[in-house]
Design a protein around this ligand. Sequence first.
Ligand SMILES: C[S@@+](CC[C@H](N)C(=O)[O-])C[C@H]1O[C@@H](n2cnc3c(N)ncnc32)[C@H](O)[C@@H]1O
Length: 296
Amino acid sequence: MRAQSISTARLSESELDHIRGLIEQRSAIFLDSSRERFFSTRVREYLEEKGLPGGAELLNRIRASSVEYEAFLETLLTQETSFFRYPAVFEALESRILPEVQERKFWQSPRTLRIWSAGCSTGEEPYSIAITLCDALKFAEAWEIEILATDISRRALRHAERGAYAKRSLETLPTARLDNYFTPAKHGYQVRPRIRRMISFVQMNLVESVYVGKIDCIFCMNVLMYFSEQRRLSILRRFYDALEPGGYFLLGHSETLSHSPVQFEPVLIGGYRLYRKPGAKPAETRRAAALVEGAQ
Ligand SMILES: C[S@@+](CC[C@H](N)C(=O)[O-])C[C@H]1O[C@@H](n2cnc3c(N)ncnc32)[C@H](O)[C@@H]1O
């Protein structure tokens, strides 16, 4: 929790506008009017913390150095997350998405499974995915599994890579999962190395078009709200292109794609809406094609 203090720093509306513009231009994070109060409070706190006299000095500093810019940006990022944040999503992963991938890729060699946690924050989301895969996949060793976990925040990624969490953040996990996938550590628990090895943590700004290869399932929960409509659309198009036909796109509970021109098919499971990229051939056709190819 941040300490409340009365700021004596000079900060004009125009300086706030310039800072907002710089953040949008460099990181594409859109601080709209609904986040006005949050934004000006964070800027004031940062000025206090760094002992800066006002907004002009902050602007000079973050324009001159990318290290200073990143340190300041970290204070504007919301990193709220938790293990198995929306249980229905992980149930859908287990009961719908994984069985479909298993069927679709049964004949493939190597049998790859790639999941992207875009905006993974401090790692609870990709670790929840990894645990679900370990519990749900039959013959997990027959698969080449990669969970790509990306975030703009280096600080969050450092935490994620350590995989160390306080006891209270794991309170809701059943004892069997805690015993199987974590070891007791100072002040809490640490994710076991075999789970950490399933995940590649990479610093990435979602608005930059970085090639990620083909993905079976994308988690992008509670992230798209930080972008303007236009940026959101172009990120959605990239997600769509990166997905395998039949791949799934997953949003947070209160998010929806209802006004998006991207052609996902909504699929409702357990009250949770998943988005599926159309186009995978029915299993029977694929099996027949594989048999014919095998006979040639
Ligand atoms: C509220 S957290 C969501 C974490 C997790 N997906 C969940 O739902 O529990 C939003 C995350 O998005 C990241 N983020 C914000 N803007 C980003 C950008 N332009 N590129 C990549 N990540 C970004 C933040 O650093 C933060 O970790």
